[in-house]
Ligand binder design. Sequence first.
Ligand code: HEC
Length: 253
Amino acid sequence: MIRWTFFIALGLWLLVLVGLKLLIAPPIPASVLTLYLVMTTVAIVLFVMANEDRWRAFQAPLRAVFEGRVPRFVQAAVLIALPVLVMGAAYLRLAPTHDAPFEPRVVHPEPPSGFNLKGKRISVSGLKNPLRTDGPELAARIAEGKNIYYRNCFFCHGDSLAGDGHFAGVFRPIPANFRDVGTLSMLQESYVFWRVATGGSGLPKGATPWNSAMPVWQDFLSEDEIWKVVLYIYAGSGSTPRTWEEGTHAGHQ
Ligand code: HEC
């Protein structure tokens, strides 16, 4: 058994490498893999060196190759294989991949403190929906908002406000799904008003790269109409807006 120390150690090392590569999902990062392999190497070497006979047996095949006590072709094969392995590993590390570069995307960027609406300066902080009142007029406003929604928004945001309108499939990012708890319920109405009024092109530079197809609605709707459609998308999707009392930050995640 001890005669085979070198090959057992090598086999064990390769087994650990293959196991870490193939059995763990999702794949572990290369730096962690290197760390584990270094620990494996140290453990194996320590184990081998702890015993004199084992250490000698471990060195024997290496000595045989480097001191020329094996057939020429074996020596040649080892001497060629070693640099080729190192070159191969270096190449795999440096070779360019065809994957698109990773582009982190902030879905809800921090809104600006204010923005221009038809030439008027609007301050986002503390802004409330002036049409959200307790009286009976609210239902009529929501109904008007629904009308506005089906004339302008449902093509993209969908019949049931789930972001699955007729055109939704061709846009990247896809239109927002208002039934998703991660959208409207997390946001204040001032934030939603800002997003609707300034659309994809109103997004701050920090939130790029963006190709949002969301139109700039202040070019097509009045301020009141925007507030009404905001009322509707909350009511229609069964969401409740976050209020300023819950936190001073406009909705962002
Ligand atoms: C041409 C397609 C299109 C139309 C029409 C459209 N939107 Fe959008 N909308 C988008 C896209 C695309 C996004 C970006 C989704 C994202 O950022 O992930 C978006 C985002 C939004 C957001 C931001 C949601 C969030 O979670 O930050 C709101 C609010 C919104 N739209 C409301 C509306 C309203 C109201 C209308 C109608 C007045 C409308 N949209 C019409 C495509 C559209």
